[in-house]
Design a protein around this ligand. Structure first.
Ligand code: TNX
Length: 545
């Protein structure tokens, strides 16, 4: 057990100032305005009592060493919130006890805060961490006012085990500082998975020591498509960037401290132009190729007939597995045109020797072969729902993006699925129909649609429904050039999805309460420097489509 007492002089002075400032010389609960915390995602059960928690100075934390991080977080929060906790005018400081109670759900927690005693137990360190995220929202934003925090009893747990956000760093690149800020926002919303889309046609973003050209060549393009797709306008500026392996480790560790699993995505067999520009010998034509400057789907894909392609990809994945402790690796599998395979002698020969009837079965062969490698190395694979075509890899988890059909079919055949249907999980779609919105890829996914997303497709039996692990918001960045724009597209849609995934599917009648809590939450986000879209917070008439 470690136990620590911290007393900060600055806080003590603040405490005295408050007492002097009150008319009777003591600060009493009834004299102050009671602050009713607005927690987002809404906890499963919250009772707000009447006994007062007043501002006070010190904090004394008892916690087992397994909660070292959480201990530090609680301490940092207490000090930065400049709270003062006292009772009957006696400045007592906060006594906090953190613990792990394995009888609670793994990510769940129980929080009790009465007067100057706070007890927080989690089913695991993650549960304690989420309790602290809740705690951070119990404090009024402007701690200069002598508000009273009411006593709190919260029992909470997530509805879904997979609560994710995806970010495409290939179409546009975002540096480590941004990724960390992004992870902070995820953690605060109790999201537990970051799906990092690291490779695509327009840029390879992860250093692979054995294949330096992947980043020397594949991380850079000679220009970028600008403006609406229909304009077909390209600039001529060299654009790119990548993460070194040290940076990847730094991000993975940063995420782990926040109980976020980072799932890397290495796209195959399609969306591979950046890799093939670096190593054209793994394409069917084996001719020089360029990193894509424009968006879309490209015919040049990894050659499925060449054994060397598999050796290359296995070597790449070996390095990837060593960097990411996640149980999953995402192998893409989406939007792979079969044009080159149809004309490729090696691919056709592979189909004959393997007895494959068409190129869809060749795609299955490709993914299943890579799945065997991943499984043999202790990793499970995730693929976009195209991996269902031509036969699903035996242990694969399906990410359902073309509607719900893929996820439903996967669950019905006993496979796990993660629901990310374009509607409403694509956060690259418009969130409002009004003039002046920044250009988006299309579609319309307003916050409310995300908030009312039921996650589990209709028509599944309770057994099948267990295979729906959760959902994630996808942020494809063809039309998002800056961190500010990414945040504008993410918030508050991510918070809406976070509440669905944590609290459970929501009803129309929950919308106004969410909006109310979201206003406070947004103030917290904005104070921390996040850009938040305001359409849902201050609704205005929408244009007709
Ligand atoms: C489809 S979703 C893609 C991406 C695009 C996205 C744009 C998926 C598996 N593939 O390559 O960026 O649409 O919304």
């Amino acid at each position: 057990m470690i136990s620590k007492t911290i007393r900060t002089t600055a806080l003590g002075i603040f405490g005295l100032a408050l007492f002097w400032g009150s008319p009777t010389g003591t600060l009493r609960a009834q004299n102050a305005k009671t602050y009713r915390p607005s927690i987002l995602p809404a906890p499963a059960k919250m009772d707000v009592g009447t006994s007062a928690l007043l501002r006070s100075g010190g904090i004394e934390i008892t916690a087992p060493t397994s909660l070292k991080n959480e201990h530090a977080l609680l301490e940092a929060w207490w000090l930065s919130s400049r709270l003062l906790c006292s009772e009957g005018g006696k400045n007592k400081g906060l006594q906090a006890k953190l613990s792990v109670d394995p009888s609670l759900p793994r990510e769940g927690y129980r929080l009790s805060w009465k007067s100057n005693k706070l007890e927080l137990a989690g089913g695991s360190p993650a549960g304690v961490f989420y309790g602290i995220q809740t705690l951070k929202q119990t404090v009024p934003l402007d701690s200069a006012q002598p508000e009273v925090l009411s006593a709190l009893e919260i029992v909470d747990r997530p509805a879904f085990p997979y609560r994710g956000m995806h970010l495409d760093v290939s179409r546009h690149f975002f540096d480590v500082a941004f990724i960390k800020k992004h992870l902070d926002a995820l953690a605060q919303a109790k999201m537990n998975t970051f799906h990092w889309h690291l490779t695509d046609d327009q840029g390879w973003r992860i250093e692979i020591k054995q294949y330096p050209r992947l980043t020397d060549v594949g991380a850079w393009r000679s220009g970028s498509q600008q403006g609406p797709y229909s304009l077909q306008y390209f600039d001529t500026l060299r654009y790119g960037g990548f993460y070194t392996q040290d940076q990847i480790r730094e991000v993975v560790a940063y995420a782990a401290e926040r109980h976020i699993t980072v799932i890397p995505e290495i796209e195959m067999p399609g969306h591979a132009l950046a890799a093939l520009a670096a190593y054209p010998q793994f394409s069917c034509n084996q001719k020089p190729l360029e990193v894509a400057r424009g968006w879309g789907v490209f015919d040049d894909v990894f050659c499925a007939g060449n054994d060397e392609t598999f050796v290359f990809l296995e070597n790449v994945l070996r390095e990837v597995f060593a960097l990411f402790p996640a149980p999953y690796v995402h192998l893409g599998g989406d939007e792979c045109p079969k044009t080159r395979w149809k004309a490729c002698e090696r691919c056709q020969a592979r189909m004959r020797t393997e007895g494959l009837n068409d190129e869809h079965e060749l795609q299955s062969y490709f993914i299943q072969r890579m799945e065997r490698f991943a499984n043999a190395n202790g990793k499970k694979i995730i693929g976009w729902d195209e991996i269902l075509e031509g036969g699903l890899a035996p242990n694969a988890t399906v990410m359902s993006w073309r509607g719900e059909t893929g996820g439903k079919a996967a669950a019905q055949s006993g496979h796990d699925a993660i629901m990310t249907p374009g509607n409403p999980c694509y956060f690259d779609h418009y969130q409002a129909r009004r003039d002046g919105e920044p250009h988006a890829i299309g579609g319309f996914n307003p916050v409310q649609a995300v908030y009312l997303y039921p996650v589990v497709p209709a028509g599944l039996s309770p057994e099948e429904a267990k295979h729906i692990l959760g959902s994630q918001g996808n942020v494809w960045t063809e039309y998002m050039l800056t961190p500010d724009h990414v945040e504008y597209m993410m918030h508050p849609r991510m918070e809406a999805l976070a509440e669905v995934l944590w609290t459970g599917p929501r009803k129309e009648s929950d919308v106004e309460d969410f909006r109310r809590r979201l206003r406070t939450y947004t103030q917290h986000l904005e104070r921390s420097g996040y850009r938040v879209a305001s359409h849902f917070l201050t609704p205005e008439p929408q244009k007709q489509p």
